[in-house]
Design a protein around this ligand. Structure first.
Ligand SMILES: *[C@@H]1O[C@H](CO)[C@@H](O)[C@H](O)[C@H]1NC(C)=O
Ligand SMILES: *[C@@H]1O[C@H](CO)[C@@H](O)[C@H](O)[C@H]1NC(C)=O
Ligand SMILES: *[C@@H]1O[C@H](CO)[C@@H](O)[C@H](O)[C@H]1NC(C)=O
Ligand SMILES: *[C@@H]1O[C@H](CO)[C@@H](O)[C@H](O)[C@H]1NC(C)=O
Ligand SMILES: *[C@@H]1O[C@H](CO)[C@@H](O)[C@H](O)[C@H]1NC(C)=O
Length: 300
């Protein structure tokens, strides 16, 4: 048995678990739903709008007027979330298969007594899991505004910028590609795991070579998936913060998710390097059955 092949087996299993977590993170409420590609923070979109314009012909203004007795009250009391009154959630966590929404506790905005690090996300629900999912905040927010049953308040009354829609629309293809790449990566890492298991018992150089090849392919797939996911996150956050800022919408990249996916990539790279080493050691003519030489190799 090739003892040194235990390390790649463990590495491949780790990469497999990590890439599964990347794909299914937040696929239902409570399942690492804070591992999002990006978070859209809409907790202030109502409040900043109210402050900016007091036109009472706007149905949104008359609605808030009615709900809080007066717009001035709403602004002065700095009600924690006008958005919530309108049926919109504080934040939207975008994942590969869906999005999750919820409210910040104890409140969305840091103040004198509430430090930023004390603010927690309370996810209340997640959308349906969809293959090739792409995030469309306009239709999501519009649906929630309509579902809140407050009549004819439309997202356009909130001055939702269409530049945000255009920017995110341009990323939809990349977001769908990310899903496909994670599926391909999971399949390849799965094959790599099986081959690594086989490599435990097949001590020839050919098996090491095949392992190098498949590990490299898996590394490329998960690396490409990570790169595109990172690019989508960075670009979408940039678009939202550039154009959404004026109405109080804010976004941030999901650092936990990005760490997860890049660790998976690194693990796969290490595994392929271990097999490479195995291949080269074999080629130098050290007998494959020479246990002593294998014993000197770094173990996991
Ligand atoms: C409303 O806007 C003014 C200036 O435009 C600003 O000084 C004030 O802090 C804002 N108030 C709220 C509650 O956002
Ligand atoms: C204001 O609120 C009351 C009850 O809270 C409701 O009956 C009424 O229809 C509302 N008016 C408008 C214009 O939304
Ligand atoms: C800070 O925000 C929290 C939650 O929104 C609120 O309960 C608290 O009263 C605020 N404190 C101050 C000093 O404004
Ligand atoms: C949410 O966005 C508002 C306004 O842009 C900001 O003041 C607040 O700090 C954000 N909250 C969190 C938890 O990111
Ligand atoms: C989170 O939201 C649920 C309702 O969806 C609520 O029952 C619960 O108290 C909230 N948790 C916190 C810490 O606010």
């Amino acid at each position: 048995m090739r003892i040194s092949a235990v390390a790649p087996v463990l590495l491949c299993v780790a990469a497999l678990v990590l890439s599964f977590l990347c794909l299914f993170a937040g696929s239902k409420r409570g399942f690492i739903d804070d591992y999002s590609i990006l978070t859209l923070n809409t907790s202030r979109i109502g409040a900043s709008f109210l402050n900016a314009s007091h036109s009472s012909s706007n149905p949104l203004i008359s609605f808030v007027d009615n709900a809080t007795n007066s717009v001035e009250n709403a602004i002065n009391q700095d009600i924690s979330s006008v958005a919530r009154t309108l049926g919109i959630h504080d934040f939207y966590n975008v994942h590969i298969l869906d999005f999750c929404e919820g409210y910040y506790t104890p409140g969305p905005v840091p103040n004198a007594t509430l430090r930023r690090s004390q603010i927690r996300q309370n996810v209340t629900s997640c959308s349906k899991r969809t293959a090739m999912y792409s995030f469309d905040p306009r239709s999501t927010l519009q649906q929630e505004l309509s579902a809140s049953g407050h009549g004819n308040v439309a997202l356009s009354d909130l001055n939702w910028p269409s530049d945000v829609d255009r920017g995110l629309h341009a990323l939809a293809i990349a977001q769908k590609a990310t899903f496909v790449l994670y599926c391909v990566a999971i399949a390849l890492v799965g094959v790599a795991t099986l081959l690594a298991l086989a490599g435990l018992f097949a001590e020839d150089r050919l098996s090491a070579f095949v392992n190098v090849l498949v590990d490299w392919l898996a590394f490329l797939a998960i690396g490409l998936a990570s790169a595109i996911a990172t690019a989508v996150a960075v670009k979408a956050v940039d678009v939202i913060n550039t154009y959404g800022n004026q109405i109080g919408a804010q976004a941030s990249t999901g650092s936990k998710f990005l760490v997860l996916t890049w660790v998976a990539t690194a693990v796969m790279l290490v595994s392929s390097i271990v097999w490479c080493f195995e291949c080269i050691v074999g080629r130098k003519g050290i007998g494959p059955r020479s246990r002593k030489d294998y014993a000197n190799e770094p173990q996991f």
